[in-house]
Write a protein that binds this ligand. Structure first.
Ligand SMILES: [Zn+2]
Length: 72
């Protein structure tokens, strides 16, 4: 399913990880030329992509959540 980005953090290797509204984490690496996500390397770029919907494979596989999303 598609789930919007609500926040980000960095993993132990300084790769950026998006927190999705569904409760899963998903790496959003900038790994050219295969994955071109230069936006993830800047604060402005990351903020601009908040709300962007990513396809969540973990939801497809019914994996348990990585974190508990904040409820409004
Ligand atoms: Zn998910």
């Amino acid at each position: 399913m598609l789930s919007p980005i609500v926040d980000y953090h960095q993993d132990d290797e300084n790769h950026w990880v998006a927190r999705l509204a569904c409760g899963h984490f998903q790496h959003v690496r900038h790994d050219p030329p295969w994955v071109n996500r230069v936006w993830v390397t800047s604060q402005e770029g990351r903020e601009a992509k908040l709300g962007l919907e990513l396809f969540c494979k973990k939801c497809e596989r019914n994996e348990p959540p990585d974190y508990t999303p904040l409820k409004n």
